[in-house]
Ligand binder design. Structure first.
Ligand SMILES: NC(=O)c1ccc[n+]([C@@H]2O[C@H](COP(=O)([O-])OP(=O)(O)OC[C@H]3O[C@@H](n4cnc5c(N)ncnc54)[C@H](OP(=O)(O)O)[C@@H]3O)[C@@H](O)[C@H]2O)c1
Length: 279
């Protein structure tokens, strides 16, 4: 059975775990997110050198094992670990830190020096063992996706690439030119990272003005705008409980054509190929 994401807004966790004084607040935020209905958590072995996964593990312990099946966890292998053996070992270590038994979607964080084939062999072995439910990629532009899919064919994977996690926000629309159409054609989910422009968009006067008009917060407008893309999931990060609620509420919002047109004028779509933006 092929894997799909059960929800369209998830919790980002980058930049958590970096200060021991904020740890209890961060664990509480992850617990609160699960309690209020977040079904998706994004993390990576890179975040605070694995420590974010440890914090997620503590939150999961507090909320209880019964919530595991209702939750989808995304994590990522560093390119420097992405040999076949290294991918398997990194995934096992991530699962150990989170105490989560399996990872729902395991991504190659970005391209490194290992061949795609060697990483894919690791992903396939992990999925065969039930340690991951699906695999995918991150920071892959359209030509890289094509190369990855060709490697997937060469190794004869019985599974499919489920997701490409890339920077996508009102201030980073370049992927609309060719990457989004390619992902839609191939049936690969787009996971939009930094959907609030890493917080920067929240201070944009044009976004603030349009949001006021439709009685939404700037964050909700920025997230609802991503929701118009049929295969997109967004993973805003916050540790603030009010903002967690605010962001999750954007999942079901549908923007009218007139508002989308105003956003297009303020944040124009790409008219030509642009290099993939990365953070
Ligand atoms: N694959 C990759 O290479 C990659 C790269 C970057 C990010 N990511 C993933 O994507 C996630 C999200 O990206 P991000 O953390 O860079 O940026 P983001 O989610 O676009 O923005 C996060 C910033 O916005 C603030 N914020 C969140 N909700 C808000 C709201 N409702 N109103 C006002 N401010 C709000 C947060 O502050 P507070 O926390 O103080 O609320 C934080 O400063 C990451 O956490 C990570 O999981 C992946």
């Amino acid at each position: 059975m092929s894997f799909t994401f059960d929800s369209r807004i998830g919790l980002g966790t980058w930049q958590m775990g970096e200060n021991s004084r904020s740890e209890s607040q961060e664990i509480a935020a992850i617990e609160a997110a699960i309690g209020m209905g977040y079904q998706l958590i994004d993390t990576a072995e890179m975040y605070a050198s694995g420590h974010v996964e440890t914090l997620i593990g503590k939150a999961l312990k507090h909320v209880g094992a019964s919530t595991r099946e209702a939750l989808q966890i995304v994590s990522k292998v560093l390119p420097s670990h992405a040999s076949t053996k290294g991918t398997i070992a990194a995934c096992e270590a991530s699962i150990g830190r989170m105490g989560c038994e399996y990872i729902d979607c395991y991504l190659l964080h970005w391209q490194g020096s290992y061949s795609y084939e060697s990483t894919l062999e690791g992903m396939i072995a992990l999925q065969e063992r039930g340690l991951i439910r699906s695999y995918g990629i991150s920071n892959f532009d359209a030509p890289d996706v094509r190369d990855w899919l060709a490697a997937e064919q060469r190794v004869g994977s019985p599974y499919q690439t489920m997701c490409n996690q890339v920077y996508y926000a009102l201030n980073a629309r370049g992927i609309e030119y060719d990457l989004i159409p390619l992902l839609q054609e191939k049936g690969i989910s787009l996971m939009a990272y930094s959907p609030l422009g890493a917080g920067e968009l929240m201070r944009n006067p044009q976004l603030i003005a349009i949001a006021k008009e439709v009685n939404l917060t700037p964050a909700q407008l920025a997230l609802a705008w991503i929701m118009r893309v049929s295969n997109a999931v967004a993973i805003p990060k916050t540790v603030n409980h009010t903002r967690l609620e605010e962001n999750l509420a954007a999942e079901d919002l549908v923007l009218e054509a007139g508002i989308l047109a105003k956003l297009d004028r303020a944040f124009p779509p790409p008219l030509q190929k642009k290099p993939l933006m990365v953070i």
